[in-house]
Design a protein around this ligand. Structure first.
Ligand SMILES: [Zn+2]
Ligand SMILES: [Zn+2]
Length: 227
């Protein structure tokens, strides 16, 4: 059986979204407001069209992930799924307060935590995720699991290939670029538990929104002292 599933990163302003192509096509995250055309151009480039996207999974409700979801739903007809605990963020179109994990987060928070950078077009999500969401019915062999910590409603997408998309659960540290906790984290202990949960079931690559993908082994090594 062929277990490969295509993950196509879409580089956007300050972040990335991911087109996942198996039998069906889904999108993970949507970038800041105004990213919809870049995402649809990428889809076109790989031979797809807007109506191919049947589901948009938001890894959480921060503006750089949920910002173009309303516009993309309009252009694709896809359903938008978000975890129940981040649903109020998208309903309000506001990511809420960022909680810096350390110095880098405090400094960068001056730019990414401003009122303007925090808000985006609000919308009512179509699907509320609890513990998990199966993706088979959208043509993708995989599932979404709850991996809270960075925000209460963070989710990760696991694919049959053994790869995962973890959104903001893991950041590359500055300057070593080694896997580390996010610069902003609502609950650090919970984030560490989620990272452990993820690497225990992900043998392959872990794609993140703000940097290059890591291997599961690399992440395990970086966090071994914390588990
Ligand atoms: Zn975030
Ligand atoms: Zn982010």
């Amino acid at each position: 059986m062929d277990i490969s599933v295509n993950i196509i990163p879409v580089p956007l302003k300050m972040t990335s979204a991911f087109i996942i192509r198996d039998k069906g096509t889904i999108l993970v995250d949507s970038g800041y407001p105004g990213s919809e055309d870049t995402i649809l151009e990428k889809l076109h480039e790989i031979g797809g069209s807007p109506e191919d996207i049947r589901l948009i999974v938001l890894t959480h409700g921060h503006a750089d992930h949920a910002g173009s979801a309303a516009a993309l739903r309009e252009k694709t007809g896809a359903k938008v799924a978000v975890h129940r605990l981040d649903a109020d963020k998208v309903r309000e179109g506001n990511q809420g307060k960022l909680h810096p994990a350390g110095f880098t987060g405090r400094i960068l928070g001056l730019f990414f935590g401003t009122k303007k950078a925090s808000s985006y077009p609000a919308f009512e999500p179509d699907i509320l995720i609890d513990e998990s969401l199966e993706l088979e019915e959208y043509g993708v062999r995989g599932r979404v699991i709850h991996t809270p910590g960075h925000s209460p409603g963070c989710v990760s997408v696991l694919l049959i290939s053994g790869d995962a998309i973890a959104g903001d659960l893991i950041f590359p540290s500055i300057p070593s670029e080694k896997p580390s906790l996010p610069f902003w984290v609502d609950d650090p202990a919970e984030a560490r538990r989620s990272i452990k949960k993820l690497i225990d079931i992900t043998p392959g690559k872990i794609y993140i929104a703000h940097g290059k993908p890591f291997s599961s082994t690399e992440v395990k090594k970086s966090f071994s002292s914390l588990f």
